[in-house]
Design a protein around this ligand. Structure first.
Ligand SMILES: *Cc1c(COP(=O)(O)O)cnc(C)c1O
Length: 395
């Protein structure tokens, strides 16, 4: 759906509430209703008035796509049934025999899509540490069609310089495009299209919906050609979200700014608490001055987000005791909801990533990933404190 440019000069929080969301002309309802109908009547055989069939488009999907395009400062957005469905959509537009380059620090499912699915269809992937962006120069092949980076990465919060990578691509391989997985940042904290990326993808499942009750993804771009391809994939491969999920995600967006501010304030305080904890051996958080890429973080991002990973002393037994003693935060694999969650990437999100790659990314058996929620921060810190204390008491 094309962005409504008259709204693009308003502030982020204002657009998050109003872009693509006009009162319902039929009833005046301030919040547009959920259009559950799968089909829409046409005035003539060859004329479509807005919509014909929900797989191709739906009022609630339009409202969500318009809003997210506006928030990324983009022209177009295409929603899919999950973040993973966006990855599939992007792979499906590559010609057979293509080569792609991906940063090594990736969401586990994205790694699998490249290594196990795309490979079956003749698409070759080079996985590389792109923290030094100039390393990419040696990786291009004549058939390189796409570069995919995730920054900050899941779960050890590594950063890739979006602008430098985009410059290399546009210099070396003009018909390759750059995709940035912006899930951890949301459009509130990072806008990769403005740094030269061609496509931004989000797992809407996470912060954008924000309430751990919708599975959805979105691809955002300024390229009419790529947008046309994504729309075609929506209609012809069919991995689209339901109107109800689009309604919920549009509703979640309205509070994105206030949620992200609170998430981040809480994350900064938890990260600072953990840094000083005697049982914690490492804390991964872009907002810490000790983050090895903190200068790049400050240049590239407008905020630090709320994913904090940390490594603890001991072994898996201590990790499980920590989980068992948590009274509020839950052991669960997702992130970006109002509630605080913790997880073990080595067994959960990154369980299928090869052990050697996992080790090089700092994903150890004692690494804990926290999705810091928007509860009162005193309660989050108190919960982590008592669970860490208990994790080391003799049974
Ligand atoms: C969850 C996640 C995905 C996959 O999205 P789904 O909606 O779960 O399919 C992709 N990238 C990142 C960074 C994620 O956290």
């Amino acid at each position: 759906m094309a962005n409504d440019t008259k709204q693009s000069m308003q502030g982020f929080g204002t657009r998050a509430i109003h872009a693509g969301q006009e009162p319902d002309p039929a009833t005046g309802a301030v919040i547009p209703p959920i259009s559950l109908s799968t089909t829409f009547t046409q005035p003539a055989a060859e004329v479509i008035q807005g919509f014909d069939y929900t797989r191709a488009g739906n009022p609630n999907r339009n409202a969500f796509e318009t809003a997210i395009a506006s928030l990324e400062g983009a022209e177009y957005a295409s929603a899919f049934s999950s973040g993973t469905a966006v990855t599939s959509a992007v792979l499906s537009i590559l010609p057979a025999g293509s080569h792609l380059i991906a940063s090594d620090a990736l969401y586990g499912g994205t790694y699998e899509s490249f290594a196990k699915i795309a490979s079956k269809h003749g698409i070759e992937t080079t996985i590389a540490d792109l923290r030094n962006p100039h390393d990419i120069a040696g990786l291009f092949k004549p058939n390189t069609k796409m570069v995919w980076i995730e920054t900050p990465s899941n779960p050890t919060l590594r950063i890739v310089d979006i602008q430098a990578i985009a410059q290399h691509i546009h210099q070396h391989n003009k018909d390759a495009f750059l995709v940035v997985d912006n899930t951890f940042m949301t459009p509130y904290f990072q806008n990769p299209l403005q740094l030269g990326a061609d496509v931004v993808m989000h797992s809407v499942t996470k912060y954008i919906n924000g309430h751990s009750d919708v599975l959805m993804g979105v691809a955002v771009t300024n390229s009419p050609a790529l947008h046309k391809e994504f729309q075609y994939v929506q209609d012809c491969m069919g991995g689209v979200p339901s109107p109800f999920d689009c309604y919920l995600a549009r509703r979640g967006l309205m509070t994105l700014e206030v949620r992200m501010d609170r998430h981040e304030q809480n994350a900064i305080q938890l990260a600072e608490y953990l840094v000083n904890h005697p049982q914690v051996t490492a804390v991964y958080y872009p907002g810490l001055e000790s983050h090895p890429q903190h200068a790049l973080v400050r240049r590239q991002q407008k905020g630090y987000g709320a994913m904090v990973s940390f490594d603890i002393k001991g072994n898996l037994d201590n990790v499980n005791r920590f989980y068992k003693h948590l009274k509020m935060a839950k052991l669960a694999t997702s992130l970006g909801g109002a509630e605080s969650l913790v997880s073990s990437p080595v067994y959960m999100s990154h369980g299928h990533v090869p052990p050697a790659l996992r080790a090089s990314l700092g994903i150890t058996e004692t690494l804990i990933r926290a999705s810091v929620g928007i509860e009162n921060v005193e309660d989050i810190i108190a919960d982590f404190k008592q669970a860490l204390d208990n994790a080391y008491l003799k049974a």
